[in-house]
Design a protein around this ligand. Structure first.
Ligand SMILES: [Zn+2]
Length: 425
């Protein structure tokens, strides 16, 4: 443990060094594509002074570099959002700022107060945009926002490190990790027989004298050319999912759900009555797993059917309220409603199929008419608009309003599935 902690500690030191040296404005033009950083880090002499094997050192460098790039992406996204909302800007101003945020060389040049020099084709585009905007003012705006929102990165975590394939080997029901002493490895017995051939993340728990190995799961992204529809959806406790065009998926969801809830309630009652002669929970856990498995199979099967029939490019839905919100008394049935599970599965499947998810605010959404925006009433699953007289299925109306809100830009966030790992060779 001491030897591995030594690695983790140095790993953190390398990351902080990279953050400090390349995280700022001055390095913006050096971090893409990244070999400049690698070369400079080799030349820095840090690796030799720490005595950290290169199988860890360069991973720490790229780890930190990845964080820096993410940090810049977050900063740019924030400024992009602010730009869109700023009423003091003309459309030309906004175009110009968006250009700067998109073209990294231009962005770096503005922040470093250097002249903007771009490849000929883009330079022409730049000059056309710049001619119509108040450049000086916009440059000052950009610098100010970066100073305000761009955070300095630092890690205090000294219990985690990544290991490249060459840093470990499996054997003797365990794993051997390279350490600082040359040609020596430490042996760690493992609790399973899984063997991976990829970069591992290792988290140390020195207090418990154990460690965890974290392995990335790779999925290939399937892009569908014909997935182009924008679909608003409403999730429900009876019918799992209703679209804005009134298509329903998981219509038996309520039945499955009720059966599962009733069974669990009954089991819990029995358990609490028979505490004295405890019947044991093993059988209970087995049965629970089995029932839950069946429910989850149904959910997945219906979500797949939804995607293949609706072919969505964008899915709009209500932002999930924070857990525990909604004022205390939630019934067991609602608690056991697999909403969290459905959401996670939907998000995962959207990543897998390169579908964008757009979240909208949900306040008053089910009382708003999707046709005219007026207020209506709901009775027994039917929505009646008191303004325009529309009579619609309640969930279809909700899904329609969700879609409308998304289209008018009343969105919480929109997320594209770019962070998915592509299948390695
Ligand atoms: Zn209406």
């Amino acid at each position: 443990m001491r030897k591995l902690l030594d690695i983790a500690e140095d790993y953190g030191k390398v990351k902080n060094y990279v953050y400090a040296r390349f995280g700022g404005i001055g390095s913006l033009d050096r971090i893409y594509p990244g070999y400049t950083v690698q070369n400079e880090m080799t030349a820095s002499g840090l690796r030799t002074s720490l005595g950290l094997p290169s199988v860890y050192f360069y991973l720490a460098v790229f780890d930190a570099l990845g964080d820096i790039k993410c940090q810049w992406m977050r900063t740019k996204a924030k400024i992009l959002e602010l730009t869109g909302r700023n009423v003091g800007f003309t459309e030309d101003d906004k175009h110009y700022l968006r250009f700067l945020l998109k073209v990294n060389n231009a962005f770096a040049a503005v922040l470093q107060q250097k002249p903007i020099q771009l490849p000929a084709e883009i330079q022409k585009q730049y000059e056309a945009l710049a001619g119509r905007a108040d450049r000086e003012r916009l440059h000052r705006y950009l610098c100010r926002q970066v100073r305000k929102y761009h955070l300095k990165l630092h890690t205090d975590c000294q219990h985690i490190f990544s290991a490249s394939e060459r840093a470990y080997r499996y054997g003797d029901h365990g794993i051997y990790f390279a350490v600082k002493e040359k040609r020596r490895r430490v042996f760690v017995p493992l609790t399973d027989n899984n063997r991976y051939k990829c970069q591992l993340s290792v988290r140390l728990y020195p207090g418990e004298q154990r460690l965890e190995i974290i392995v990335p799961v790779y999925v290939s992204v399937k892009r569908h050319e014909d997935y182009r529809n924008t679909v608003g959806i409403a999730l429900g406790m009876q019918t799992m999912l209703t679209t804005d065009s009134g298509h329903k998926y998981g219509e038996n969801f309520g039945l499955y759900q009720t059966a599962y809830t009733k069974w669990t309630e009954k089991q819990n009652k029995n358990y609490h009555c028979n505490r004295q002669n405890n019947p044991g929970r093993k059988k209970y856990t087995m049965q629970k797993k089995c029932l839950e498995g069946r429910l989850h199979d149904y959910i997945n099967q219906e979500l797949n059917r939804f995607l293949s029939e609706e072919k969505p490019g964008i899915i709009c839905l209500i932002k999930l309220p924070k857990a525990g919100a909604g004022g205390g008394k939630t019934s067991r049935a609602v608690m056991m409603w697999q909403r969290g599970y459905i959401r996670r599965r939907l998000e995962w499947k959207c990543q897998e199929h390169a579908i964008e998810i757009v979240e909208v605010f949900g306040n008053g959404v089910s009382r708003e008419c999707s046709r005219c925006g007026g207020i209506g009433e709901r009775k027994k699953g039917i929505f009646c608009c008191s303004a325009c007289g529309a009579v619609l299925d309640e969930k279809t109306n909700t899904a329609g309003t969700v879609r409308k809100r998304a289209a008018s830009g009343k969105t919480v966030r929109s997320r594209q599935s770019f962070q998915v790992y592509e299948q390695p060779e």
